[in-house]
Design a protein around this ligand. Structure first.
Ligand code: DP6
Length: 326
């Protein structure tokens, strides 16, 4: 039999209500639900080839063979898909990001969303969006949110079957722009997978999780009603709550750099001046400044001149993970 191949493209996403901590680490069942927006313009393109001639899985990221740790994570994930399709063929995975590597932008969400779709399509598995979202979650939690398009909610659930993401509004629903200020941190920070495992060592995590339904409701409603003032308030509170948990875990995780805090303070001032904007930070020093399209040029030029900011990327709401015709 000849090789089976497919290619898919997926966007990373920015969480407005964050996923931090798992109730089941192995299945990546999160401690709390989350809400995000896919980032158009940024993408990962992944080609997958299953072949009876391969003796092992191979993984290339941006033209280079991947590190062993990344290969093991991908192989383990592919084992799950091989199990579903009842095949033992090894796979060659070739993945390219169009966003700058080493810029500290989480790429696992787009990577595992694209890999899930390419691998299952190559093997001829016909899956619903919900099934694909569940599978992507096994590779990286946030990847389940990159499967559907636009504004997306991941319902935490309690087991593999009920933990998946779905779209709450299409990309065209709201003209938000994520202006991403890339701050060079100079050192590699603790990855999210390790970070999630520390979440419950913080005495604040239980309170954060218990309060999540309120934040989810507020953020969901603000998005659906395009209410920027409410949105800004809850997005910033949620980001800072997550970082409070990170900073008070054992060992503590400090992702903010001085420039990150400087931007957070500036964003508050800019909002007081009347510019619609708010900040959110993931597991790194980059600051995502969310604004409306009319203010994106102004925010971008203000961010670009801050010393310590290498680059500012802009992303509008993005579509779902998609197969690319070969
Ligand atoms: C801070 O999905 O990267 O970006 O499931 O271990 O791959 P794994 O973690 P990941 O965690 C994302 C953490 C976050 C918040 C978020 O995106 O919700």
């Amino acid at each position: 039999m000849s090789a089976l191949t497919a290619t898919a493209i997926a966007h990373p996403n920015i969480a407005f209500i964050k996923y931090w901590g798992n109730r089941d680490e192995n299945l990546r069942i999160p401690a709390n639900g989350s809400i995000s927006m896919n980032l158009d313009g940024l993408f990962t393109r992944t080609s997958v080839t299953f072949s009876p001639n391969l003796k092992t899985d191979l993984l290339f990221i941006n033209g280079k063979p991947a590190e062993q740790v990344a290969l093991r994570r991908v192989s383990r994930f592919l084992d799950h898909i091989r199990g579903l399709a009842k095949t033992d063929w090894y796979t060659e995975v070739v993945s390219e990001n169009n966003f700058p590597t080493g810029a500290g932008l989480a790429s696992s969400a787009a990577a595992f969303a694209a890999l899930s779709m390419a691998a299952t399509a190559a093997l001829g598995l016909k899956l619903t969006e919900q099934e694909l979202s569940r599978i992507a979650r096994l590779g990286s939690g946030s990847a389940c949110r990159s499967v559907p398009g636009g504004f997306v909610e991941w319902q935490a659930g309690t087991c593999h079957e009920d933990s998946f993401a779905f779209s709450i509004a299409p990309p065209a629903h709201w003209n938000l722009v994520d202006c991403i200020a890339i701050a060079s941190s100079g050192h590699k920070s603790t990855g999210s997978t390790e970070g999630h495992s520390l979440a419950f060592t913080s005495p604040l995590q239980l309170a954060r999780v218990a309060d999540t339904p309120r934040r989810l409701d507020k953020a969901r409603r603000a998005i659906l009603e395009r209410d920027f003032a409410t949105f800004a308030e809850i997005v910033e509170q949620d980001s800072t709550l997550m970082h409070a948990v990170m900073m008070t875990s054992t060992p503590p995780l400090f992702y903010w750099q001085p420039v990150s805090l400087e931007i957070m303070q500036k964003v508050s001032q800019w909002r007081a001046e009347g510019i619609p904007c708010c900040f959110t930070l993931d597991a790194g020093p980059n600051v995502h400044v969310i604004t409306l399209s009319s203010s994106a040029p102004e925010i971008t030029s203000r961010l670009s001149v801050i010393p310590g900011i290498q680059q500012v990327l802009q992303a509008t709401p993005g579509g779902p993970t998609q197969l690319i015709e070969q």
